[in-house]
Design a protein around this ligand. Structure first.
Ligand code: FAD
Length: 548
């Protein structure tokens, strides 16, 4: 199998969430890369960390190596806008049209469940990650058309039987009174919270390290190929593809250490990294925007010389964010003390902001004003990701003072530079101080929905899995999507299924499988539109080929 090119992950300006660096900055569990692993996880963002966390809680004996090209959580997860905001209704008509009403309900419930699961984890483990227990997330509508559309979606979700009990609608006057945003036409309010993504991810990683995770940061994966049988070490086998037999399924359990020796002795995958080679039985691609670069198929289906901007599975898209300290502008998001507004978003989610405990605002968006609407070239390995796009920057500096100043009337028209004329922005800069400004690369799957599941066998003869493509909305989806993936990895696979059973009962019980005994066996009910299927992947490949 040919080796594949790799897009260099972003090293753009430091975000609020990475300053100070996480406690796992420059961290390596062992100075040398381990030779083998039962499971290799590529990527240490919220996806990779959640996969490690769920797997090791269910199955601590598994040897897991996490490979990260940069520092821990230095991708999108460490550079985002800090919203933990489940969406309960916005996609009602779109999902219903594509997949039917049951799926629309499932997605809404999944985001609610995910939100609750993350909150539960934070509460039970006492994670200090800047969340707010009873936060209000405000969607503020700056045109009547958008407000009407949102109301239609909300009504549809309610009519379908979705749980919208805690969603409130504010008509124009009321919304202006609470937010002080003179130009708004209405608002829809739902539960949500700000979050420091790096603090949450660091917690998941810490918990996984305690359970034996081997973390290797600054280790870039260059290729994942099928392993040649003869490379297999240290558990050599006469027959590389030895068939699984129920009679001897526990012969490889080391009773003293409870270390499970993998049944498949061959180590199916050879992972070539910047620091050497790792052999692994299974591989999880949690590389977000960079998934296309490593999946076995990508080098065969996408001709980068013909279409450098066209992804097969996931398109890298640059987002901008900044943290500002209020100077002349208001110091809280709500003018009405009975409201605890923590998150806001505008323009169909195109712009968004949160308020941090220190009173500063983290805000982002404006992508539609950027070069190529933020879509990154797969061939561009260097500068594009490290630069701030001037048009986006200019727009954000105009937009947020407009929203946050008491005297909104000063900002009623957009700055002229957006339309090509000069405007120094001086009037705005008196109202805030920029504390930080950064970019991050999101991963947009080519059919809009995240990709979670096993890579189909027509693309990969081994055991490769993927969790990626959460675009700008990963925080309310990833934690439980990862749990669903771990369930697939462990329980839909004969090798681990029996081993899990052993761990959960303490005794080998050949032929019986106790669903629900171990935590991961609990069914997560992930929306079908997230699931990787042969049909979905084929469609994506065909679409990419048509564009070439
Ligand atoms: C500016 C911005 C604002 C956002 N705002 C929000 C928000 O407010 N709310 C929200 O819900 N979502 C938001 N998102 C989206 C959210 O951050 C992502 O959906 C989520 O973080 C994705 O997590 P991940 O772990 O899948 O990917 P990432 O966090 O990107 O992790 C992927 C990791 O893989 C590593 N990697 C890549 N290639 C290799 C390789 N070859 N070898 C080894 N390692 C590799 C990368 O270095 C990276 O650490 C935002 C994103 C951006 C960029």
């Amino acid at each position: 199998m040919p080796s594949k090119p790799v897009l260099t992950p972003s090293s753009s300006r430091v975000s609020t969430w990475l300053d100070p660096p996480t406690k796992f900055s420059m961290f390596r569990t062992t100075s040398e890369l381990p030779a083998t692993a039962d499971l290799a996880i590529i990527g240490s963002g919220f996806s990779g960390a959640s996969v490690a966390y769920h797997t090791l809680r269910a199955y601590p004996a598994l040897s897991i190596v996490m490979l990260e090209a940069s520092d821990v959580c230095e991708g999108a997860s460490g550079r985002n806008g800090g919203h933990l905001r489940p969406d309960f209704y916005t996609y009602a008509s779109q999902i219903t049209a594509k997949y039917g009403p049951e799926e629309a309900l499932l997605l809404s419930k999944f985001e609610r469940d995910n939100f609750e699961a993350v909150k539960r984890l934070i509460k039970e483990d006492g994670v200090d990650c800047e969340t707010v227990e009873d936060g209000e997330s405000w969607q503020v509508f700056l045109t009547q058309e958008e407000f009407d559309e949102a109301l239609r979606e909300l009504t549809m979700m309610r009519d379908l039987g979705g749980d919208v009990h805690d969603i409130q609608v504010y008509m124009r006057d009321e919304a202006i009174a609470v937010t002080g945003i003179q130009g708004c036409f209405g608002a829809i309010v739902s539960p949500g919270s700000p979050i420091s993504p790096t603090k949450l991810v660091s917690h998941l990683i810490e918990q996984s390290l305690v359970r034996g995770l081997n973390l290797q940061s600054h280790t870039k994966v260059l290729s994942v190929t099928l392993n040649n049988c003869s490379d297999a070490t240290p558990y050599s086998s006469d027959n590389c593809a030895a068939s699984h037999s129920e009679l001897d399924e526990f012969e490889n359990v080391d009773m003293n250490s409870l270390r499970i020796v993998p049944k498949n002795l061959s180590y199916l995958h050879k992972i070539t990294t910047s620091r050497g080679t790792l052999l692994a039985n299974k591989v999880v691609h949690a590389t977000n925007a960079y998934v296309d670069m490593l999946l076995s198929i990508s080098s065969n289906v996408r001709d980068t010389t013909k279409s450098p901007y066209d992804a097969v599975f996931v398109t890298p898209v640059r987002g901008h964010a900044l943290e500002i300290a209020p100077v002349g502008m208001r110091r809280t998001l709500s003018l009405d003390p009975s409201h605890n507004i923590t998150n806001m978003d505008f323009n169909r989610g195109g712009e968004y902001l949160i308020q941090r405990p220190n009173g500063n605002f983290v805000m982002g968006g404006g992508r539609r004003f950027g070069k190529g609407k933020g879509i990154e070239s797969f061939n561009n390995k260097t500068t594009a990701e490290t630069e701030i796009d001037g048009s986006v920057d200019h727009y954000l500096r105009f937009f947020f003072p407009q929203i946050l100043c008491f005297d909104n009337s000063r900002y009623l028209s957009p700055p002229k530079t957006i339309f090509g004329e000069s405007d120094t922005n001086e009037a705005h800069s008196a109202d805030y101080r920029i504390v930080k400004q950064w970019t991050g690369i999101m991963g947009f799957s080519t059919d809009e929905y995240p990709l979670v599941g096993k890579i189909p066998s027509f693309l990969d003869q081994g055991q490769e899995y993927c969790i990626a493509g959460f675009a700008g909305h990963g925080m309310p989806r990833i934690f439980l999507a990862a749990k669903a993936l771990v369930r697939m990895i462990l329980l839909e696979d004969d090798e681990y299924k029996y081993d899990c059973q052993y761990h959960s009962t303490g005794a080998p019980m050949p032929g019986r499988y106790f669903e629900g005994i171990i935590e991961v066996a609990e069914n997560v009910n992930m929306p079908q539109c997230f699931a990787i299927t042969e049909e979905r992947m084929t469609k994506m490949i065909n679409l990419a080929k048509m564009k070439e």
